[in-house]
Design a protein around this ligand. Structure first.
Ligand code: SAM
Length: 244
């Protein structure tokens, strides 16, 4: 059996292939154990087996922010990043009128996110523009639904049997006039996961019945090298109930 001592499973800050040929992904799969397991994710964080972690904001997020097309109504726009990991995208999305909540089920991930974001802010542990919460996406109850939700490598990290529940939570956590942005890592040919094999149709199958429709979809031209050609970014709106 592979172990973190026997293979190079370094996590953050390297741009790694997210498939079973990468020893870190193989170790991740051992730790997660084939299904969704909070304990498994926690072991990954504790052992530093985080091959998804870019060590920097996702370039597509930086582009989205620079595009000026994200909602930013006064100081009132709230954003959720579920499965935020080390939280680079949370910080990148924050400001310009947006308050961002980074949610992760693992205390160790949230601890790292808080440390990194404080270091980036020169040791200032508080921020008026983002917050990190350790809680389970499937049971967490925020005080209000969000204007915007951003998902990257969360959908594909979940066992496919959880995708319908993922979509129901998106519907619960988003305002009716809100927007969902999915940066879709379209893993294919994998015998196991995470990441699990994923297609755009997989998203549509669970989101369309809840009234979500794609308003814009593009190849992610700024994907990091090992993910080039494997990602699309889609923006979704919800139709009023009578429209679907
Ligand atoms: C593949 S990582 C992606 C992290 C981050 N989005 C990124 O791109 O760096 C998936 C993350 O989801 C978290 N996670 C898994 N199940 C979760 C759940 N039920 N609720 C909240 N977070 C969860 C894991 O701890 C992990 O940090």
């Amino acid at each position: 059996m592979a172990s973190s001592a026997a293979v190079d499973v370094a996590g953050a800050g390297r741009q790694q292939a997210l498939d079973g040929s990468n020893p870190a992904v193989a170790r991740l799969r051992e730790l997660i154990g084939g299904h969704e397991s909070t304990a498994g994710w926690s072991r990954c964080w504790e052992e530093g087996v985080t091959p998804w972690d870019l060590g920097q904001p996702t370039p597509a997020v930086v582009e989205l922010v620079q595009s000026g097309t994200l909602p930013a109504a006064g100081d009132a726009t709230t954003v959720l990043v579920p499965g935020c990991g080390a939280g680079y995208d949370v910080v990148a999305l924050s400001g310009h009128g947006r308050f961002v909540v980074g949610l992760d089920v693992c205390e160790a991930a949230i601890h790292k996110a808080k440390q990194l974001s404080a270091a980036a802010a020169g040791g200032d542990v508080g921020s008026n523009f983002f917050a990190f919460v350790a809680a389970d996406f499937f049971t967490w109850e925020p005080p209000e639904p969000f204007h915007l939700i951003f998902d990257y490598t969360f959908f594909c990290a979940l066992h496919p049997s959880m995708r319908a529940a993922w979509a129901r939570r998106m519907a619960d956590l988003l305002r009716l006039d809100g927007e969902l942005i999915t940066l879709m890592y379209l893993a294919e040919g994998q015998e196991a996961g995470p990441p699990f094999n994923t297609t755009v149709l997989d998203y549509e199958e669970v989101l369309n019945p809840l009234g979500f429709v794609i308003t814009w979809i593009e190849d992610n031209e700024v994907a990091v090298e090992p993910r080039k050609g494997m990602e699309k970014i889609a923006r979704w709106k919800r139709m009023a109930k009578s429209d679907y």
